[in-house]
Design a protein. Structure first.
Length: 492
């Protein structure tokens, strides 16, 4: 049955928006329940108009398979519907509000399956029923780990039937929470360790605890292996991991980094213990830190390159002031402009967390600098957006755009009020940039290949070699157009 059909089935239930949110919270955390139970879990929603009406039956709206055992369902059960009376265990859990356990296993294909049902209590109503399905044969030879996991599962299911699980104001998301298989420690009401799984013992051993864990206060264990730098702390490890409230924190003592989540177990109004899920995230966090360090280093490199380019630009500008030859002075001024264009790209990269550039910001600075240096007022219009480019494309593109704009300003626009228009269009494959002016136009007999203009030669070289594109100049009506085409960045 499709998800849309499940959604439409909600129209035939008494669920409120608040009820649905509660079930979403439960589903977000029930991989934990499935793994502790070694069982498949199915969430059944009663089909009824309101909480005073007798239900017509149930619809399966969610299904989770355990990572600690083989699934007992080879098919998808979501969307399956049952009439009232088809499954007495579901009916009993809903009508009596009690967990239905100790039922006789039933043969399902090649497996002997035991089913138990758990009512989901919220705001004084049973809003759903969970059925859990386990291989009865595997249950007969349970290890100490399996016995502890199942006992913990029973206590959490009791909390569900009493409306105290999921714990309100959960502080983690399901996709980032530690998992049962990573490591589990069971605490008694005094925060003393009753049981530690093999993976939990391995994680604690890596962090520096070499003795047995059981019968030790877990907070004291953490105090013993934590690094104390002399600074005052708001809470001790013993306070954080007393098991009185849902808490999550990291232990980083230089030897290992452990992601620790403590979850209290409650029966009625009494706290009966807690579980601690442990995940060894040493390598993961170290890789994250290495990436952050690498990103910071790359940004610093771009910052220094930008500073060095600005120094070169300043030196060239000083040199141009000492040159009497107008042609030499103009050549130095053009070099200053080109270096400045490259510096703009590196300045943008130095403030970015990625090796990409929002090129429209680079363009805005290029055109602003060009117009400020122009000897006459110029009208400017830009249509379209460049978007994001990688550094390898952004640098030559900045130089090409700079040369084309200055070529129009110096040779194309002869009088005040002439228009410089830059038009950008792109597809998934090609980017096209047109630099258009309505000035004096191209001289007679002009050919791009035969031009001795250094700027145009730079444009051609960068376009063909760096951008892997093409450039052409053409007269269209009373406009001169420089048309640049090149492959679009793969991120577009």
């Amino acid at each position: 049955m499709s998800t849309s059909r499940v959604e439409s089935a909600y129209a035939h239930t008494a669920l409120t928006a608040e009820d649905k949110d509660r079930l979403s919270e439960l589903i977000a955390e029930w991989q934990l329940l499935s793994d502790l139970s070694f069982a498949d879990l199915i969430l059944w929603i009663p089909k009824r108009k309101d909480y005073q009406s007798w239900p017509e039956g149930f619809i399966a709206t969610a299904h989770i398979r355990p990572t600690t055992a083989a699934t007992v369902f080879a098919y998808d059960v979501i969307g399956e519907e049952l009439n009232w009376g088809d499954n007495p265990r579901l009916d009993q859990a809903l009508s009596q509000g009690e967990i239905v356990r100790d039922t006789e296993p039933e043969q399902v294909g090649d497996l002997l399956i035991k089913e138990e049902t758990v009512p989901v209590l919220f705001n004084g109503h049973i809003i759903a029923v969970i059925s859990r399905h386990r291989d009865a044969v595997q249950m007969r030879s349970a290890s100490r780990l399996e016995i502890n996991y199942r006992e913990i599962a029973h206590k959490i299911y009791r909390m569900i039937s009493e409306g105290t699980f999921p714990i309100q104001n959960s502080i983690y998301r399901a996709e980032s929470a530690p998992r049962v298989g990573d490591g589990l420690i069971r605490l008694d009401p005094n925060a003393s360790i009753i049981y530690a799984s093999p993976n939990a013992r391995s994680a604690m051993s890596r962090a520096g605890w070499d003795a047995e864990l059981e019968d030790h206060i877990f907070g004291n264990v953490l105090e013993a292996i934590a690094i104390h730098d002399g600074e005052a702390t708001d809470e001790t490890w013993s306070t954080i991991f007393s098991g009185k409230s849902l808490r999550r924190t990291d232990l980083d003592n230089g030897r290992a980094i452990l992601d620790l989540l403590v979850m209290p177990l409650i029966e009625g109004s009494d706290r009966i213990g807690a579980i601690v899920l442990i995940r060894d995230v040493t390598e993961l966090r170290r890789r994250d830190r290495a990436l952050l360090t690498k990103d910071a280093t790359i940004r610093e490199i771009h910052h220094r390159v930008k500073n060095n380019l600005q120094t070169v630009s300043a030196l060239l500008r000083l040199q141009s002031r000492r040159v009497d030859d107008p042609e030499a002075s103009q050549a130095l001024a053009e070099a200053v402009r080109r270096v400045a264009s490259i510096a703009i790209v590196h300045e943008t990269l130095s403030t970015s967390s990625a090796e990409t550039v929002l090129f429209d910001e680079v363009y805005d600075r290029i055109i602003r600098n060009a117009i400020e240096l122009s000897e006459r007022p110029v009208q400017h219009r830009k249509t379209g957006e460049f978007g994001v480019f990688g550094a390898q494309q952004a640098t030559p593109l900045a130089l090409v755009i700079t040369e084309l704009i200055h070529n129009s300003l110096e040779h194309g626009l002869a009088k005040s009020g002439d228009l410089l228009h830059v038009e950008v269009t792109s597809t998934d494959a090609i980017v096209t940039v047109k630099v258009i002016d309505n000035g004096i136009g191209l001289p007679d007999g002009f050919t791009y290949e035969g031009s001795s203009n250094l700027g145009l030669q730079i444009v051609r070289t960068l376009t063909e070699n760096e951008l892997k594109g093409q450039i052409k100049l053409a007269r269209v009506g009373n406009e001169t157009q420089a048309i640049l085409t090149f492959p679009a960045p793969t991120s577009k």
